[in-house]
Design a binder for this molecule. Structure first.
Ligand code: FAD
Ligand code: EPU
Length: 338
């Protein structure tokens, strides 16, 4: 039986919960499925979208092509001294992977607890949270080149990781399907509690010698307090990136807005908190039709139930314009627009 399905609703496959459909759809559970699928004549003619958990996407129209949902399972590890190389199939749910690592005492991903989505998508935008980015634990990934069917191993330097960025969002965009990712973790915990909110919550819980399980639990609690749960309120996390600007522009901004929330960034640049910029424009918690921003986090756009992708997109345009007029800073979307 062919795994290729026609005219499939994508609503259950995107955490924004917006309606859209795809001409073709296939879910792959192993590499043989993937090879078989990509060798079909009809498939070769289609534009393709690789889908994990659909938690970083906004569909603004139906997808005229083939959506491939990657559901390749499996987690294994090999020891390497105090380190351990853990490999997970691209379809493993990211937080299941984190729980597996925390449960086995493999340190490194606990600060990335509760991020939605799959392991396979984690290198695409170099996921990050609470002082850790994927690049800090990335070892390698295996990817399948769509046009040639070749397998390629990408090592750290090949991936050109940056803030919410990698080679897979730029020169290799749409060319590879990641099938597995390997991580270099440690059996000797190196606890990272530099993020202020983690320290505050540990103090609140009277924990002064935190384990990786403590850090995971604290991060999860902070996230739940700030971010909407996509199973009840559709969203894709931060809709925009935090802008990273030149010092000269920052000097102008801070002169007019002394309270602007900012952090040092590489190459003498400054990162601004986009949530603060958006809140200062009066958007925090605002409801516009079926969309709006989240009441506890202005950087998160939400679907109040019946929003269309176009409605959310139009609202994001209004935010970009208003922030630009007030601060002279152009926000860039983090979410992939389709
Ligand atoms: P999808 O949305 O399915 O896909 C995202 C992109 O990756 C698409 O371009 C897709 O084509 C591509 N892709 C997916 N799988 C593969 C594959 N196997 N091979 C090749 N390309 C692939 N992100 C953070 O970085 N930090 C956060 O703290 C964070 N918090 C979030 C909180 C909430 C409530 C939500 C809803 C989202 C949050 N996100 C966060 C965004 C999201 O969780 C991540 O971007 C995640 O990695 C997306 O995974 P996914 O499997 O859902 O990817
Ligand atoms: N802030 C406001 N108003 C808001 C939101 C934020 O003033 O409505 C200010 C506050 O001063 C707050 C600061 O911005 O202290 C930072 O907010 P927060 O700690 O919530 O982090 P963020 O910069 O808004 C980033 C990531 C998140 C990640 C958190 C924690 C981006 C685009 N977003 O958000 O990632 O979970 O840090 O590390 O970098 C995602 O990518 O989807 C995502 C949720």
């Amino acid at each position: 039986m062919s795994i290729l399905q026609e005219n499939i609703s994508l609503k259950p496959y995107n955490t924004f919960g917006v309606a859209a459909s795809s001409t073709f759809f296939a879910e792959v559970f192993n590499e043989a499925d993937l090879k078989g699928l990509l060798s079909m004549a009809i498939v070769k003619e289609q534009q393709m979208l690789v889908l994990g958990g659909g938690s970083n996407l906004l569909f603004t129209r139906d997808f005229d092509g083939l959506v491939i949902k990657v559901s390749i399972p499996g987690i294994s590890f090999v020891d390497a001294g105090d380190d351990v190389i853990v490999t997970a199939g691209a379809g493993v749910v990211w937080n299941d992977f984190v729980n597996y690592c925390v449960g086995n005492g493999f340190a490194g991903v606990e600060n990335l607890s509760l991020i939605p989505g799959t392991v396979g998508a984690s290198p695409i935008q170099n996921i990050g949270a609470y002082g850790v980015e994927l690049k800090d634990v990335f070892y390698s990934c295996v990817a399948y080149e769509i046009t040639t069917g070749n397998h390629q191993v990408f090592e750290f330097d090949d991936c050109k990781f940056g803030y919410r960025d990698s080679v897979f969002k730029n020169e290799l965009k749409g060319r590879y399907i990641i099938t597995a990712v390997s991580f270099k973790l440690s059996r000797k915990a190196k606890i990272n509690t530099q993020y202020g909110a983690i320290q505050a919550e540990l103090l609140n819980r009277n924990i002064d010698q935190p384990t990786i399980a403590d850090v995971s639990s604290v991060v999860a609690a902070i996230r739940v307090s700030k971010l909407p749960d996509p199973s009840t309120i559709g969203n894709a996390g931060s809709f925009f990136k935090n802008p990273v600007i030149e010092k000269s522009l920052f000097d102008e901004v801070i002169e007019k807005f002394p309270d602007v929330v900012h952090y040092p960034a590489p190459n003498d640049k400054i990162k601004l908190a986009a949530g603060w910029l958006i809140e200062q424009c009066g958007f925090k918690g605002k409801v516009v039709g079926n969309t709006g921003t989240w009441k506890n986090q202005a950087l998160v756009l939400v679907n109040h139930g019946a929003a269309t992708g176009q409605e959310v997109y139009a609202f994001s345009e209004e935010i970009i314009k208003t922030v630009y007029i007030k601060f002279g800073i152009m926000l860039e979307r983090e979410v992939n627009i389709l």
